[in-house]
Design a protein around this ligand. Structure first.
Ligand code: SF4
Ligand code: FES
Length: 377
């Protein structure tokens, strides 16, 4: 503790933005970092040591695709040596038996494997890579063979939500202990693809009922995480557990962010681990202080009895929808801007899905990425 600021619990280490997949809901920023800008192995090891000293308990190695980094095993080993629990968040397509054995030997403790759909054709279309789904199936078997706990990350949206029962069956078949049924969140690439991805109300109601039934049926066998997507929620999620309260995100180039989408916010200088210590950034930077706690909140949040539960929702979503990161997240039914979100949702859900804008170096075409304030016609 320093003053009334608690130390962070978890670090999301985005080792790279390189990835063989091109998912249209990728949480990476539209401007992807190139390989030449990435932190080197020694810098990541120093950062992991600083994180552990700061109080972080878990490191999630992520990307892009973290397996692109040939030094991943040495980073996992270093994380273990400073007492951090290591989780690998991966698409799996670059993993084989030898690479997994290297990671297990280095001390990897958990794998989160993403699936784009329950069947190959749909999954490979979303991933933008032929053969990806079948490869993932074999990788899941390798992970279980190696004795590692497996979480299946299933990103669900308008074009695959009908196959949620099959997705639950798939997670069971693969021996996962946990299934994250993650509805797409609309920032970055997903915002550019919102019309293609936003489910209809009928789809969502069916999905919620399916999850409720499966949770009862599979109690003690498969844990299912599920949150109603923001565009249909009455109250927002506590994004990142609150700004600057639990999480640190480090970009491939070493910028330290309160969340993975924070670089979409204007008016911030995000400090770098190349020049500033993690402790200094966590406890004293403007970037982490700006929306921490409740003092910054406008009404109705400031006098709301939920303000220390959801922390006013998501700053990146508030910016994406209203152009002002300091406004109440429109996902809240009490927000002054809620009508804007309702209009967008109804217009998008009623329109044809259209084509995907796939993730690519160089950003989304201008027609897809902006302007953020314009409701879909
Ligand atoms: Fe949360 Fe603000 Fe809505 Fe209250 S008014 S529920 S604090 S977003
Ligand atoms: Fe940035 Fe929610 S994603 S605060």
């Amino acid at each position: 503790m320093s003053g009334d600021i608690s130390p962070p619990l978890a670090l999301l280490a985005e080792l790279t933005h390189r990835c063989p997949l091109r998912c249209p809901y990728c949480s990476n920023p539209l401007e992807l970092e190139r390989a030449g800008a990435e932190l080197d192995q020694a810098s990541w090891q120093r950062v992991l040591s600083e994180a552990a000293a700061l109080g972080v308990l878990q490191v999630h190695f992520s990307g892009g695709e973290p397996l692109v980094r040939r030094d991943l095993a040495s980073l996992v080993r270093h994380a273990g040596s400073v007492g951090l629990y290591s989780n690998l968040i991966t698409s799996g397509v670059l993993l084989d038996r030898a690479r997994l054995a290297e990671l297990v030997e280095a001390g990897l403790e958990h794998v989160q494997l993403s699936f784009q759909d329950a069947e190959s054709a749909g999954a490979d279309r979303v991933a933008g890579l032929a053969g990806a789904h079948d490869k993932k199936l074999s990788v899941a078997a390798l992970v279980r063979e190696a004795g590692l706990p497996l979480t299946v990350n299933a990103v669900m949206h308008r074009q695959n939500l009908e196959r949620l029962p099959e997705m639950i069956d798939l997670a069971l078949r693969l021996g996962a202990g946990r299934l994250e049924v993650a509805h797409v969140q609309y920032y970055g690439w997903a915002l550019a693809n919102r019309r293609a991805l936003l489910p209809t109300e009928a789809q969502l109601e069916r999905a919620t009922a399916i999850v409720a039934e499966a949770r009862l049926r599979l109690k003690g066998v498969l844990t299912i995480d599920y949150v109603v997507p923001d565009y249909y929620a009455r109250r927002p999620k506590a994004c990142m557990g609150g700004w600057g309260r639990q999480f640190l995100n480090i970009s491939p180039a070493g910028k330290v962010l309160p969340c993975h989408a924070a670089e979409s916010l204007p008016g911030f200088e995000f400090p770098s681990v190349r020049s500033t210590s993690l402790a200094e950034i966590w406890y004293r930077s403007d970037a982490f202080s700006r929306f921490r706690g409740t003092d910054w909140m406008p009404e109705p949040c400031h006098s709301c009895d939920k303000r220390e539960i959801d922390w006013g929702g998501c700053r990146c979503q508030a910016f994406a929808l209203t152009g002002d990161a300091a406004r109440t997240d429109p996902a809240c039914a009490l927000a002054p801007d809620r009508a804007l979100l309702d209009r967008l949702r109804e217009a998008d859900a009623a329109a044809p899905a259209g084509d995907f804008v796939y993730r690519q170096i160089g950003g989304a075409p201008a027609a897809a990425s902006g302007p953020i304030l314009a409701p879909s016609p």
